[in-house]
Design a protein around this ligand. Structure first.
Ligand SMILES: [Fe+2]
Length: 155
């Protein structure tokens, strides 16, 4: 069936392509955060182990919302590690970083995800896609707040 929600097909494609980058960033950050939850060591273990758990749980819910927004726009959502690796602006970490480096890497990850979301917001806004704008506004709030909380551990 034709999709007639008031956003032209080429605009829906463009927004979905942007959301696919948001999805890839979020999934990569999800995996990185879960990895660090498993492998963190040191005197901050308890704090970080629990904090990372809260964060990866939030990201696990978020990736579903982003992927389903892509579907609502009539486009297939990426869902393989290969696609995520190509689309994500967040790189995988090598080895097991020290606890402080894990925090730094996650701050960078959340800041990167915020920048991607902000870029895609402009595309959605120009197409009057309020639903995507709403979703991206919420993702921006989470990424900016989480980056602040992680950053505060290093001060
Ligand atoms: Fe666990």
């Amino acid at each position: 069936m034709n999709i007639d929600i008031g956003i032209e097909a080429n605009k829906r494609q463009e927004i979905a392509a942007g959301l696919s980058r948001v999805l890839a960033d979020s999934y990569t950050l999800y995996l990185k955060t879960h990895n660090f939850h498993w492998n963190v060591t040191g005197p901050m273990f308890q704090t970080l182990h629990l904090m990372f758990e809260t964060q990866y749980n939030e990201l696990a819910v978020a990736v579903d919302l982003v992927a389903e927004r892509i579907r609502a726009l009539g486009v297939a959502a990426p869902g393989t590690y290969r696609q995520f690796l190509e689309l994500s602006a967040i790189k995988e970490a090598a080895g097991v970083p020290k606890a402080e480096d894990m925090i730094r890497l996650l701050v960078e990850g959340h800041e990167t995800a915020a920048r991607t979301s902000r870029e895609v917001f402009k595309v959605a806004e120009a197409a009057s896609d309020q639903s995507t704008c709403d979703l991206l506004t919420q993702r921006l709030q989470v990424h900016e707040k989480t980056a602040w909380m992680l950053r505060s551990l290093l001060e």
